[in-house]
Ligand binder design. Structure first.
Ligand code: PEP
Ligand code: MN
Length: 354
């Protein structure tokens, strides 16, 4: 899949709005305040995928006249979730500006293909694909490919975290390596973070959003509601437009490139020194493994077991201590030695099997 960059506006792109459009008044008031905070792209759920039945499932197409009214009053654009061909048709008929495919839809190639077919010939509407609820990068990429093959040229990906059965502070665990891998495969793909659905509660939003900025995400999609406590869905994770403004003010934005050549040169100098140190590091490691081979051959000759518990306990005890004296965090040193020890056992096993 070849992805082209199509987004040339201000970064980070902030998309904000209520989890769901509930009433005309709630939508209008929320949009008004968000617009006053400088937000120009509004999210709003029209149809809501809910985990359990009998909860609020969105107002459906009744929201379209409210969206139209909000767009007449404020110069904003709207993004909504679509989960079927019918949703796509209605969204297009009602001039919705951006569409997204939700996490529960991305998991199902039949549904994604149905949406892709409904999008055939639609070139000028950007489509964002949320990660699937399960941590499967290929499924995420597959959904993006289906949408692209329908002819959609403006693609984006939204990282909203992954379901887990384990206890976690997060509603959906972030597993940052997955969006990082996606970005490494497709550097031009617009990548947006959704701290709201990762957090599940508003007090975690800042730290997640900051992490996304540190990792060079292109934007954020954050749930914001005029009266979060009384929201009809996802009440715990929504912020008032005012609280959102505070959060955005606190965020530190990182740039991909340094502002001038002198800074860039300085950075390159430090990186050169790091490269040299890495070479030395690998040489030292190689020397250590030469000794491991020697000890392996000796143990084989004397017919003793490869793994010697006492020796391993000693290493685990004093290496982190030596590290501390060198300002290295003990858990980090321990992890290094676990990895070295694994490799050492593997090498010695080879020697024994010869
Ligand atoms: C949403 O954005 O409101 C939503 C339902 O998200 P997700 O598909 O990430 O669960
Ligand atoms: Mn939501």
């Amino acid at each position: 899949m070849e992805i082209k960059n199509w987004y040339n506006d201000k970064k980070p792109w902030i998309i904000a709005g209520p989890c769901s459009a509930e009433t005309e008044e709630q939508l209008m008031d929320t949009v008004g305040e968000l617009y006053a905070q400088g937000i120009q792209t509004i999210r709003a759920g029209v149809w809501k995928p809910r985990t359990r039945p009998n909860s609020f499932e969105g107002v459906g197409k009744a929201a379209f006249p409210w969206i139209k009214a909000a767009k007449e009053k404020f110069p904003v654009k709207f993004a909504i979730e679509v989960a079927s061909a019918h949703h796509v048709e209605l969204a297009l008929e009602n001039n919705i500006d951006y569409l997204w495919i939700g996490a529960r839809t991305t998991v199902n190639p039949f549904n994604v293909q149905e949406i892709a077919d409904a999008l055939k010939g639609v070139k000028d509407i950007p489509v964002f694909v949320k990660n699937p609820v399960n941590p499967d990068l290929n499924l995420w990429i597959g959904a993006l490919e289906r949408i692209q093959q329908a002819g959609v040229e403006q693609l984006g990906a939204i990282h909203r975290g992954f379901s887990t059965y384990q206890e976690s502070v997060y509603r959906n665990i972030p597993l940052w390596q997955i969006p990082i891998d996606l970005k490494s495969r497709f550097p031009e793909l617009l990548l947006i973070n959704d701290p709201s659905h990762i957090a599940g509660k508003h007090d975690l939003l800042f730290e997640i959003a900051q992490k996304a900025m540190n990792l060079q995400f292109d934007g954020l999609i954050i749930e914001s509601h005029i009266d979060p406590k009384n929201a009809w869905s996802d009440a715990a994770q929504q912020l008032t437009p005012n609280a959102l403004k505070e959060l955005l003010k606190k965020l530190e934005y990182r740039t991909a490139t340094l502002p001038n050549e002198a800074f860039q040169n300085e950075l390159e100098k430090i990186r050169d020194a790091i490269d040299e140190t890495d070479k030395e590091l690998l040489e030292v490691i190689a020397r250590r493994f030469e000794l491991v081979r020697k000890v392996g051959a000796y143990k084989k000759e004397k017919n003793v077991a490869i793994f010697q518990l006492e020796r391993w306990q000693k290493i685990l005890e004093n290496r982190p201590e030596w590290g501390t004296a060198l300002k290295l965090a003990p858990p980090f040193v321990k992890e290094i030695y676990q990895s070295i020890h694994d490799e050492s056992i593997r090498l010695q096993t080879d020697i024994y099997n010869k």
